[in-house]
Design a protein around this ligand. Structure first.
Ligand code: COA
Length: 380
C-alpha cells in the first residue's frame, strides 16, 4: 500500500517556466528575474507582460499591452446590475467569485480555448478583476461606480476607481509594489485548483472562478484580512506579548506567519515591510507598522517562524485606505495574471490531473431495504 501524500507536500506534478522559488534561501523569481529587482524597478503592467510572454517587453510592446489593459477595464452595465442584486452582507470574495464567473457570459470568446483567444481573455480578466473589486466595494457602500481613467496606470486607476480620488505618488507606488509581489507564486493552492480545472479542458473563466474560490480560504488569500483584524485587536505594542503568547499557548495559528514553501523569510514580506515602514512615517498612524514589527520579533523569538507575504501586506493596504475585508480581493486582482499564465501553460502541455485516495472505509456491505433499517441508527 502506498503511503498517502497528504497535502501534496513536496510533490512535483509538472515542469514550468513561470516561477522559481527556493524556500530555504528565500528566493522568488518570475521568468528568471528576482522579485526584489522587479519590485524596485518595474511596474505591474511590465511584470504582467513578463509573466504572460516570458520576456520583458520593449517600449512599444509595453505601450500596446498597457493600452489593451486600459481598453478592457470597463465591465458590462448588465454585469454591474447583477453585482448590485447581490445582498450587501455577502462576503466580498464570494461576490468577486460570482463576478468573475459572470464575466464569461458577456465574452463571445468564452468557450474558445485557442491560445490566441485565451491571451485576449487573460487581458480582459486582469483588467476587469480590478474593476469588479472596486465596483463590489462601492456597491456595498451604496456609492456610485467610478469609471476607469485611461490616463492612469493599473495601480493608480485601481485606487481611483475605489475611492473616486487620484492617489498620491506613495500610495500608487505601494499599490503597484503589492500587485507586483503577489502576481505569481508557483503552484500555490489557488493556481493548482485552476490548473486542475484547465486540465479537464474547461474554459479559462471556469479556472479563474475555481482559483478565486480557493484563494478565499483563511489559510491562503484570506490570511491578510485576518492579520489586519489581529492588529486591530492587539491595538498597541504593549498588548503584543500577552496577545501572541495566549494565541500560542492555545495552539492557535498566528495569521501571516509560516509557509508551506519558505523555511526562511518570505522575500516579499521583507520588501513590503520596508514599504509599510515608509507609509507609517509618511501617511501614518505609526501604530500598524510598530505592532506588526513587534509581533514579527516575538514570533521569531518564541517559535522561530517567519512572517509571510500576507503579514506586511495588511498594514500596507490599511495605510493606502483599503478596507480590511477587501484585502483578499486585492490579492486576486494581482494574482489573476499569474493564474492565467499558468492556465495557458497547462493548456499547452495538458494531461488530466486526477490523483487517487486510499480507501479506508468498509467493504462488502449488502443493501438493507429501507423498512428493515434501524430508525435509531446514528446518522453519518
Ligand atoms: N502560527 C503559529 N504556529 C505556526 C504557524 C503560525 N502561523 N504556522 C505554522 N506553525 C507551526 C505549527 O503549529 C506546526 O507546529 P508543530 O509542528 O509544533 O505542530 C508547524 O509550525 C508546522 O505548521 P503546519 O501548519 O503543519 O505547516 P503547513 O505547511 O501545513 O502550513 C500554513 C503552512 C501557511 C498553512 C501555516 O503556516 C498557517 O496556517 N499560517 C497561518 C495562515 C497564513 O498566514 N497563511 C498565508 C500563507 S502565505
Amino acid at each position: 500500500m502506498v503511503e498517502p501524500l497528504v497535502g501534496l507536500e513536496d510533490v512535483v506534478i509538472t515542469t514550468s517556466t513561470i516561477c522559481f522559488i527556493d524556500g530555504e534561501k528565500g528566493i522568488l523569481r518570475y521568468r528568471g528575474y528576482d522579485v526584489s529587482e522587479l519590485g524596485a524597478k518595474s511596474s505591474y503592467e511590465e511584470v504582467s507582460y513578463l509573466l504572460l510572454y516570458g520576456q520583458l517587453p520593449n517600449a512599444s510592446q509595453l505601450h500596446q499591452f498597457s493600452d489593451e489593459l486600459k481598453k478592457n477595464r470597463p465591465i458590462p452595465d448588465t454585469l454591474a446590475t447583477i453585482l448590485k442584486a447581490i445582498p450587501p452582507k455577502t462576503d466580498p470574495m464570494a461576490w468577486l467569485r460570482t463576478g468573475v464567473s459572470a464575466l464569461a457570459a458577456f465574452d463571445p470568446e468564452a468557450e474558445d480555448n485557442s491560445e490566441a483567444a485565451n491571451l485576449r481573455k487573460t487581458l480582459r480578466l486582469v483588467a476587469q478583476t480590478a474593476t469588479l473589486t472596486t465596483a463590489i466595494d462601492r456597491i456595498r457602500k451604496k456609492l456610485p461606480l467610478v469609471a476607469p481613467d485611461s490616463q492612469l496606470d493599473h495601480a493608480a486607476n485601481f485606487l481611483y476607481m475605489l475611492s473616486g480620488k487620484k492617489p498620491d505618488e506613495l500610495s500608487r507606488r505601494a499599490m503597484d509594489l503589492a500587485l507586483i509581489l503577489q502576481a505569481d507564486h508557483e503552484l500555490n493552492a489557488s493556481t493548482f485548483a485552476g490548473r486542475v480545472t484547465v486540465s479537464t479542458l474547461s474554459d479559462i473563466y471556469s479556472a479563474a472562478t475555481s482559483a478565486v474560490g480557493t484563494l478565499k480560504g483563511p489559510l491562503h488569500g484570506g490570511a491578510n484580512q485576518r492579520v489586519m483584524e489581529m492588529l486591530e485587536k492587539v491595538g498597541s505594542v504593549a498588548h503584543v506579548e500577552p496577545f501572541i503568547k495566549e494565541q500560542l499557548a492555545a495552539k492557535k495559528k498566528v495569521m501571516g506567519f509560516g509557509h508551506r514553501v519558505y523555511t526562511t523569510l518570505d522575500p516579499r514580506a521583507a520588501i513590503l515591510k520596508q514599504m509599510s515602514r515608509d507609509l507609517s512615517q509618511k501617511i501614518g498612524p505609526a501604530q500598524w507598522f510598530e505592532i506588526s514589527e513587534a509581533i514579527e520579533q516575538l514570533m521569531l523569538r518564541e517559535k522561530n517562524i517567519h512572517a509571510n507575504l500576507d503579514f506586511y501586506s495588511a498594514s500596507v493596504y490599511r495605510y493606502i485606505g483599503i478596507d480590511t475585508d477587501l484585502f483578499p480581493l486585492i490579492f486576486a486582482t494581482s494574482r489573476m495574471i499569474g493564474w492565467c499564465t499558468h492556465f495557458l501553460e497547462q493548456y499547452k502541455n495538458n494531461r488530466l490531473i486526477r490523483p487517487l485516495t486510499q480507501y479506508t472505509g468498509p467493504q462488502g456491505l449488502h443493501y438493507t431495504p429501507l423498512a428493515n433499517r434501524n430508525s435509531t441508527a446514528a446518522a453519518h
